[in-house]
Design a protein around this ligand. Sequence first.
Ligand SMILES: [Zn+2]
Ligand SMILES: [Zn+2]
Ligand SMILES: [Zn+2]
Length: 443
Amino acid sequence: MIARLNRPDYDRWACQIKRTGGCRQPIHLRGKVEHYDRATGQLLHSYTTRTEPDGILRVPCKTRRASRCPACAETYRADTYQLVRAGLAGGKGVPETVSTHPALFVTLTAPSFGSVHVRREKNGKVLPCHARRNAATCPHGRVMSCTARHATDDPHLGEPLCPDCYDYEGSVLFNAVSPELWRRFTESLRRRFARISGLTLKELRERLTISFAKVAEYQRRGVVHFHAVIRLDGPTGPTSPPPAWATAEALEQAVQHAAGVVTVEIAPLARTFRWGTQLDVRQITMDGELTEQAVAAYIAKYATKAAECVGTLDRRVHTLDELALHPLRDHARRLIATCLHLGAREDLADLRLTQWAHMLGFRGHFSTKSRRYSTTLGALRAARQDHMRAEELTTGRLPLFDEDTVLVIAHWQYAGKGLSLGDQLLAAALTGQHAPHLGGPHD
Ligand SMILES: [Zn+2]
Ligand SMILES: [Zn+2]
Ligand SMILES: [Zn+2]
């Protein structure tokens, strides 16, 4: 810290750090950018990292995971909020008329893989977990009952009453097939609307678009479920209204139907997976009980949560030996070990369970949207970069060029990432972020 503070380029370093917005593990880039006049070939401006502190430029890591970088995850969360909200209320290039399109907020859950400890509340009172008179005893001699009133932070929540009865294979396999189950669900919606309207699927596409934005959320038991905004549009997406027969009620019926019928089979194990019976479907309105703001906030919140909130690892683990080195609760360990066991099977290779063992089998994206839902994260990032460039122009760092007449040649090289311990503390002080735990396991 003292060495950094005493360096003559400290101010420039501090400026770089501030521009990363408090990123905990900034990417280091080495390289240069040159601006040439297209007509004369004259070098108008050049920038090189050679004169920067340590000869590198630090840029934000842009991770989604709050456990890795709270600052970048917060940016991601805010962008996701804007993206979801624009798809419901308009803005960011989406017309406001989109708010008149039928839209539902749908939660699709996973089925049960065995009884787990739960916290239940009724009228503000916490109820016993699984209070059963004459509860059965499982083959492992455990009584299938629990009268505890679990606190919200009880580590037993989500853990099975009997780990030996629990269907660990089912749990990780459901996670693995859930993206395909979702894809079949959306296909089923389209087929249903084709039937309602008497159109072929191809004709339907010319009149109706089913747009969506969704996030995956891990339940405490380590299985994913999905929250989705599903909206009906005309053929061009949010800019055109859906046909009159494509109502919120018709969509709700289609969702109820699709959630009940779609399946994915894993042939080598002769297992078939479907959604759980707990389906939640609600209409989103601008002024009703479920507003577009509430939905956008909800989806954005889950976009930055990975599986670490269920006590698993936030990075890859490939072998059981490696797994043994991590301090984990038994439930998470068994879920990961099941992935590693099944992942070793040739006939299940395409589920890539070893690679996604740390995610308990889920290899999908945490937040996804259909092409026409609203704006994109890329567009939001580009807008922010334009803003930063404008700032550079006004502070005189880059001369103002006409984009068409200037040739930009850039060479960038990855040169590592992260901050030294002393730099971390200074960076935290500069950007108002919490300093990371010292002496903890290193990223
Ligand atoms: Zn970051
Ligand atoms: Zn319990
Ligand atoms: Zn048992």
